[in-house]
Design a protein around this ligand. Structure first.
Ligand SMILES: [Zn+2]
Length: 362
């Protein structure tokens, strides 16, 4: 919560005054820490030693022992915390208990489903309503959480609406989403919305050093590349993902330098190396690089982000980027990325995109 002082202050004040609304909606950009904040709220509601417990994260309690309730919440083992995760619609390689097990080992380990079509179904919501309607089993308050709430189907959202209309007295409902516009307006209007800002790089870096033992300077570098998105920061710890990022940068460098002749070979190599999901990530990273170049042009990129971007793209490419219609470039990449979800040829899609960006057509 350290990276979200405004949210922490707001939620902390409501909690301290015992005036936490029965239904909260956390909105804001991806990777801003909404899900972590939901866990923090659940811990604050059930903490056995508020003020002295290490999980309540007051300045005095940092590093202190964590109470049993907060410990169980952190390990996703608390019987009164109910979380509904979106699941892939197709056949699953893992069972739900296996997924929860991997989340226990690493709370942010949602990578296995990223890029796949997922949803929250009505049966999952009904099961949650049954659980959340019971009296708390061992804690003070039950907490029902819907991370990525926009992935709930319309039927599931309608079922959830019933819970919002008549929340059980000891239950707090927390929805989190990057896309509040995809929620039913009736759901939105019944929740107290708290908007998150993108996470400052210092907070992302600190999170990576603290929870993933990343060396401080490397953490700062990854935080600058992650651009305020803690999930991307964690993804970048994976060497394969870091490789995708590097490939995105080298392709853009060629595009920006007008070296179109080398692009087909690059696209071919990438299509051989990467899966469909990874190719989508590659394009997403191109968008992130273009956005950073846009901010740089406007003088709105901080010094560390600026220096990392310079290392990735080089001064020449950055100067070329400044002359371009970058929003148009971004729209082109996003359109190609959408095509990937259809059954198009990977190599062809990528080569067309790169040549289009380079302004060359054969
Ligand atoms: Zn505690």
């Amino acid at each position: 919560m350290k990276g979200q002082p405004r949210v922490a202050g707001l939620a902390g004040a409501m909690l301290a005054a015992g005036k936490l609304p029965a239904s909260l909606l956390f909105t804001g950009p991806e990777g801003a820490g909404k899900e972590l904040a939901a866990m923090w709220t659940a811990a604050r509601l059930n903490c056995e030693a508020p003020g002295t417990c290490g999980a309540s994260a007051t300045p005095d309690s940092r590093g202190a022992a964590v109470c049993q309730a907060c410990d169980k919440i952190g390990r996703l083992e608390h019987p009164d915390i109910h979380i509904v995760y979106p699941l892939p619609s197709g056949p699953m390689e893992k069972t739900v208990p296996e997924i929860i097990e991997s989340r226990r080992a690493d709370f942010m380990a949602s990578g296995e489903f990223e890029g796949k079509a997922r949803s929250i179904g009505i049966d999952q919501v009904r099961e949650m309503i049954r659980e959340a309607s019971k009296q708390p089993f061992e804690g003070k308050r039950s907490v029902a959480m819907l991370p990525e709430a926009h992935l709930a189907t319309v039927e599931a959202q309608n079922a959830f609406l019933k819970l919002l209309e008549e929340p059980p007295p000891s239950t707090v409902l927390i929805l989190a989403t990057d896309h509040p516009d995809r929620l039913l307006p009736t759901i939105r209007s019944r929740c107290h919305e708290i908007r998150f800002d993108a996470l400052p790089d210092e907070a992302t870096g600190e999170f990576l050093s603290l929870f993933y033992s990343v060396e401080e300077r490397e953490a700062a570098r990854l935080a600058a590349i992650a651009q305020g998105n803690i999930r991307r920061g964690i993804r970048l710890l994976d060497p394969r993902y870091l490789g995708i990022r590097a490939d995105a940068a080298s392709m853009l460098k060629l595009v920006l330098a007008g070296k179109a002749a080398r692009l087909p070979a690059e696209a071919e190599a990438a299509a051989r190396e990467y899966t469909r999901e990874e190719t989508a990530r590659l394009m997403e990273e191109m968008v992130f690089l273009m956005r950073a170049a846009m901010l740089d042009r406007e003088g709105r990129l901080g010094p560390q982000r600026r220096s990392e971007l310079g290392k990735e793209l080089g001064a020449e490419a950055l100067a070329a980027a400044a002359e371009r219609d970058l929003p148009r470039d971004i729209r082109k990449i996003e359109a190609s990325s959408r095509n990937l979800s259809r059954n198009v040829d990977l190599e062809l899609t990528l080569v067309q995109l790169l040549l289009d960006l380079a302004g060359k057509w054969y």
